[in-house]
Design a protein around this ligand. Structure first.
Ligand SMILES: *[C@@H]1O[C@H](CO)[C@@H](O)[C@H](O)[C@H]1NC(C)=O
Ligand SMILES: *[C@@H]1O[C@H](CO)[C@@H](O)[C@H](O)[C@H]1NC(C)=O
Ligand SMILES: *[C@@H]1O[C@H](CO)[C@@H](O)[C@H](O)[C@H]1NC(C)=O
Ligand SMILES: *[C@@H]1O[C@H](CO)[C@@H](O)[C@H](O)[C@H]1NC(C)=O
Length: 210
């Protein structure tokens, strides 16, 4: 008689701790599954950048440019193949996109690194703000341009095991704040420092939910 309330309390306890234990194991299993399956983002780096022309004619706001960048793209996953179907590289200078080119599509196997090169050459009209124009002039006198950037607008398919996704656009890959010296005859230029690009969550569709 005396222990009854205690016992039912015990039972109550017992059932709930079992439920909690199961829930805990379930959540743990889910986390392990997610970690095991969830793909790491593809890693982009700008390994070198060469600027041989960067001449802004202020009378008509025309920028004459010649910029070459080397890029490494690494797929760190050992269970995913990436098919790059559309690759557009966009060059920026201080919030102005001044050039865009498309690169050749390629496939990328497990844990593979691909070396790309983007060559921007030509002229385009850009409108720098007064402050930015001042910075441009300052940078020209030093011979090193700051705030250059290259973005990659991608369209990919991904294959996990035997399952191949449809085409989607990952978040824009942003390789920002490149500091690139202008190569001029006979002068040695400081080395370019390798820059890691930000990718966001690579295997997600940036248009999803729009
Ligand atoms: C970057 O490119 C320039 C010009 O092609 C070259 O002289 C330099 O050695 C390269 N730097 C690296 C780290 O490869
Ligand atoms: C811009 O002006 C410069 C100097 O006057 C001229 O050489 C160049 O052809 C002009 N560019 C364009 C695209 O009109
Ligand atoms: C950059 O690309 C050029 C042309 O493909 C190549 O000759 C050079 O070795 C590359 N540099 C690096 C550091 O990968
Ligand atoms: C990935 O790289 C390895 C070694 O570098 C190479 O043998 C293999 O063919 C590559 N796979 C693909 C799909 O490019």
């Amino acid at each position: 008689m005396e222990c009854r309330p205690r016992c039912s309390f015990c039972c109550f306890c017992c059932i709930f701790s079992t439920i909690y234990a199961f829930m805990f194991i379930f959540i743990l299993a889910l986390i392990i599954f997610w970690v095991a399956i969830s793909p790491s983002s593809v890693k982009f780096h700008i390994t070198n950048a060469t600027l041989t022309q960067f001449n802004l004619i202020t009378t008509n706001n025309t920028l004459y440019y010649n910029l070459k960048v080397n890029i490494t793209v690494r797929n760190p996953n050992n269970n995913i193949i990436v098919y790059y179907r559309g690759i557009t590289a966009i060059a920026w200078y201080k919030d102005n996109d001044f050039a865009s080119i498309t690169l050749t599509p390629f496939d990328q196997g497990h844990k593979n690194t691909t070396f790309l090169e983007a060559k921007f050459e030509g002229h385009s009209v850009i409108k720098l703000k007064a402050k930015q124009l001042g910075e441009y002039k300052q940078e020209t006198s030093v011979g090193i341009y700051n705030d250059l950037a290259v973005d990659f607008d991608l369209r990919i398919r991904a294959k996990y095991g035997k399952v191949k996704s449809s085409r989607f656009n990952p978040p824009i890959v942003q390789c920002g704040r490149l500091r690139v010296p202008l190569v001029s005859n006979g002068k040695s230029t400081p080395p370019f420092s390798v820059t890691k690009c930000s990718t966001g969550y690579f295997f997600s569709d940036r248009d999803a939910g729009d």
